[in-house]
Design a protein around this ligand. Structure first.
Ligand SMILES: NC(=O)c1ccc[n+]([C@@H]2O[C@H](COP(=O)([O-])OP(=O)(O)OC[C@H]3O[C@@H](n4cnc5c(N)ncnc54)[C@H](O)[C@@H]3O)[C@@H](O)[C@H]2O)c1
Length: 360
């Protein structure tokens, strides 16, 4: 019998633990589909792109890779980067190529504190902590503008320029996204991360747009915090946070801090969204390829499985997304955890426990 709704997903595990966590997330989604009594199904296509592909073909993905991906309902991504390929080549050749060309301008990174997982924050023991980092994902410090050795000065005299790009349109759309998200949350507040004291052009434009957009959301509290102070606030007053909107680089750094505070980088999920749905959106854990533990079967699959839950939400399968989140909480709460969060379970054991919890 054909399923009522089939979602076509492009799987790009890419490198290192990316392969292990994508396998885990797929197993969870396939288990959900199998239990859905043909309401929905997932049709997967694998893409072998990544650093091995680069070794064979001299490029990170097929030349017409974006054309191939265009028709999918979503992309499920692992992690890219391996010591054999310079990181800027692997990142720009695959992940950023997809994010930027598919205008996935909103990168949503929830910071979730899970039961059974010890946080380095003392406060996490008795405070309900939960916030979302909204990362501007199309411009800012990752615009790729600049050059090296502009004046050909030779050895020891090289010059490099790396410029950040801030556009009013780019700032406004991510801020509206953050405010709209805040309206769906219990605490309706947006904290904007800035550095306008030092960066008097781009970040002052960022601040101006934030003030302008805030006028349209009088029901949402706001604050504007310098990035250095925000790093301290993540540690000292995280209970004040609900939605944190930040530029590409600032949000990247802060969300790693957030996931470390929640217990491990391996826990953090993310969605790279093209909110207009002109292109497929991409779902991936926040972490990288973790070469130090890759291939051992011990990496934490929770970030990737949480990203699969964000993909379900994107498809409108809201109950299923909640069920996956609950199954993750049951599993960590029952002490089934990988080594990065103090347990001794394998990737496969955590995944199996999540699937079992879904069935109950
Ligand atoms: N989105 C991406 O594809 C992405 C993001 C970050 C880094 N990278 C790339 O990954 C490579 C390694 O980078 P890195 O070491 O700076 O960052 P990383 O996230 O790969 O690893 C940092 C630390 O976190 C641990 N860790 C990461 N994921 C884990 C998981 N699922 N379970 C348990 N522990 C986990 C690692 O073991 C390591 O100690 C580099 O090539 C980098 O460019 C890719």
């Amino acid at each position: 019998m054909t399923a009522k709704q089939t979602y076509r997903i492009a799987a790009i595990p890419a490198d290192g633990v990316g392969l292990e966590v994508v396998e885990a997330g797929r197993a969870v989604l396939d288990a959900l589909a199998a239990a859905s009594e043909n309401r929905f199904a997932f049709e997967w296509q694998d893409f072998p792109w990544g650093s091995d592909f680069y070794a064979q073909h001299g490029k990170m993905m097929d030349e017409d890779g974006l054309e191939q991906l265009k028709e999918f309902d979503a992309i499920y991504f692992g992690a890219v980067g391996w010591p054999t390929v310079p990181d800027h080549v692997s990142l720009w050749g695959l992940r950023l190529r997809i994010c930027q060309n598919f205008d996935q301008w909103a990168n949503v990174r929830p910071v979730e504190f899970l039961p059974g997982i010890q946080s380095p924050l003392r406060k996490a023991d008795d405070t309900d902590l939960n916030w979302v980092v909204v990362r501007e994902n199309s411009e800012g410090e990752y615009a790729g503008l600049g050059g090296r050795n502009l004046s050909a000065r030779g050895d020891g005299g090289e010059v490099a320029i790396q410029s950040a790009l801030f556009t009013e349109v780019g700032c406004e759309r991510i801020m509206r996204f953050a405010f709209d998200l805040a309206r769906t949350r219990t605490v309706k507040k947006v904290s904007s991360v800035t550095k306008s004291n030092a960066q008097q052009y781009g970040m002052v434009l960022w601040d101006d747009v934030f003030k302008k957009v805030a006028l349209d959301y009088p029901d949402v509290q706001t604050e504007s915090v310098l990035v250095d102070a925000m790093a301290a606030k993540f540690v000292l007053h995280p209970e004040d946070l609900s939605v944190v909107v930040a530029s590409n680089l600032n949000a990247d750094i802060l969300s790693d801090l957030g996931s470390a505070l929640a217990g491990s980088l391996g826990l953090a999920a993310s969605a790279n969204l093209n909110p207009e749905r002109r292109f497929p959106s991409m779902f991936e854990p926040v972490h990288g390829s973790a070469p130090d533990i890759a291939g051992k079967g011990i990496c934490n699959p929770v970030g990737a499985i949480g990203s699969a839950a964000l993909m379900l939400e994107h498809f409108g399968l809201l109950d299923e997304a909640k069920a996956v989140q609950r199954a993750i909480e049951d599993t960590t709460g029952n002490g089934i955890r990988t080594a990065d969060v103090g347990g001794n379970a394998t990737t496969a054991e955590v995944t199996a426990a999540i699937i079992e919890s879904l069935a109950n």
